[in-house]
Write a protein that binds this ligand. Structure first.
Ligand code: FAD
Length: 410
């Protein structure tokens, strides 16, 4: 057992730290509250190799490990605690990775290099009005007719809709659609690379879109899209028909590690701010940090943060055995490692940030500190983005007790 990071890992961390200093910190508030990540930051993230870091060199990526990508995301979230940029970057690793693994050569050559250049967005389109947790109830469907897929449906609360519409190379989503009889259960779904605007910048006018008014993480949008009897070329089918559910669950496992890493990053930044505040804020004639009650809180929160980071690092190491070392690891082992990390990191980060806000007193209730932005950013993952906390608990219990114990199956 060796908990140390390699020299290469440390170099990756250093690169991300320098990126934060140079590009994020000067524009931190603009990212958090400005309804857009500035173009030059997306361009810089692409130049630094953060977009599609996991994608192979063939399409312009670095073929980097999940562990190192987690380091990058953690550092980016220390800089942008609103989570907009780290989430932008993490989505553009996890979901293009599924496109690379399962997509047609034509679709990959068209979309991946453009994503890596920062011209095109590519996220995940799973959630529907019927409930994001209950994927089986989803109704968006596609039928294969005369050599094309004909699709209808609606997706909501999808990260990156505004970005897919506004970026010069457009964007789309690995979108889950039902392609056969619902009685086939999880085998009735197929995934498509569904583009709202193509890489040449042509908007698909048959798709209606909406953008929601988020309470936080304003630099990266959530929105929805709906369409009726729209044609999709077969080259955009990702994976075999009937394998869609499996593919998005695999993608969620990768993305959930990055989500956990981002939450740990925002929480690390908050705890550092808390330590600094305790050292410098003087009340009743002495620094706040001399109060034993607050020291106890700090010690407990620090240990919780380190436990969360260890769970995330273990999950990244587990999936690297699959993606990097090509080991055939049982899904149950992967699911357990990932779900424990995603179950732990958002509530831990939320607890830490909230406590640090309390330590700061009234100034935490203003936008002069980034703590409110951090609390809102982390909340998105507490509520449910990339799978709710209770859903992580259901997965863990399923792996421990067996599928027959799933509470929602009769
Ligand atoms: C900021 C943000 C960004 C998002 N981005 C995307 C995206 O890019 N792509 C995408 O597809 N989706 C996205 N989502 C949607 C997200 O995946 C869903 O919010 C999530 O799956 C939960 O679905 P829901 O919101 O419909 O809540 P519901 O499914 O209605 O669940 C409500 C609550 O009930 C809990 N719950 C559900 N079932 C059970 C159960 N059996 N037992 C106990 N508790 C249960 C859930 O954990 C949750 O807390 C995003 C959400 C947010 C907030």
């Amino acid at each position: 057992m060796d908990f140390s990071f390699t020299e290469d890992d440390e170099m990756v961390r250093q690169t991300a730290r320098e990126f934060v200093k140079k590009y994020i910190l000067p524009k931190r508030d603009k990212i958090a509250y400005g309804n857009k990540i500035p173009d030059e930051i997306i361009k810089a993230a692409s130049d630094a190799g953060f977009l599609g870091f996991n994608i192979s060199e063939k399409y312009g990526g670095a073929g980097g490990s999940i562990h190192q990508m987690s380091i990058i995301v953690e550092e980016l979230a220390r800089g942008d605690v609103s989570m907009a940029l780290p989430v932008y970057v993490l989505l553009l690793n996890g979901w293009p990775l599924m496109l690379e693994k399962y997509g047609s050569e034509e679709a990959k050559e068209e979309i991946l290099p453009s994503v890596l250049k920062g011209r095109t967005f590519f996220g995940i389109g799973s959630t529907e009005p019927s409930g994001g947790s209950d994927v089986m109830s989803e109704k968006t469907n596609a039928t294969f007719r005369n050599g094309k897929w004909v699709a209808s449906g609606e997706k909501v609360f999808i990260s990156g809709v505004r970005e897919a519409l506004e970026l010069p190379g457009g964007g789309g989503f690995l979108t889950l659609m039902r392609t056969s009889d619902p009685s086939l259960g999880s085998k009735s779904f197929t995934t498509f690379a569904f583009m709202l605007k193509d890489v040449r910048g042509n908007l698909n006018k048959e798709i209606s879109t909406t953008v929601f008014n988020n309470i936080a993480r304003e630099g990266l949008s959530t929105g929805g899209f709906s369409f009726s009897d729209i044609e999709i070329d077969d080259k955009y089918k990702v994976g075999d028909a009937g394998k869609g559910f499996q593919i998005i669950m695999e993608g969620f496992n990768v993305a959930r590690i990055y989500v956990a890493a981002a939450c740990n990053g925002a929480a690390s930044e908050a705890i550092d701010m808390g330590i600094d505040h305790m050292r410098t804020r003087k009340l009743f004639g002495q620094p706040l940090g001399r109060q034993e009650g607050l020291q106890f809180e700090l010690s407990e929160l620090y240990a919780k943060l380190q436990s969360s980071r260890l769970l995330t690092q273990k999950a990244a190491w587990t999936l690297d055995r699959v993606y990097k070392d090509k080991e055939k690891l049982p899904m149950s082992e992967q699911n357990l490692a990932v779900s424990m990390a995603k179950m732990t990191a958002p509530p831990t980060a939320h607890e830490i940030i909230t406590k640090v806000m309390v330590w700061h007193g009234a100034m935490a209730y203003t936008k002069d500190t980034p703590l409110g932005a951090a609390q809102g950013g982390v909340m998105s993952y507490y509520i449910g983005a990339e799978g709710g906390i209770n859903i992580m608990k259901l997965i863990i219990a399923r792996e421990l007790l067996g599928k027959e114990f799933l509470s929602y199956k009769s």
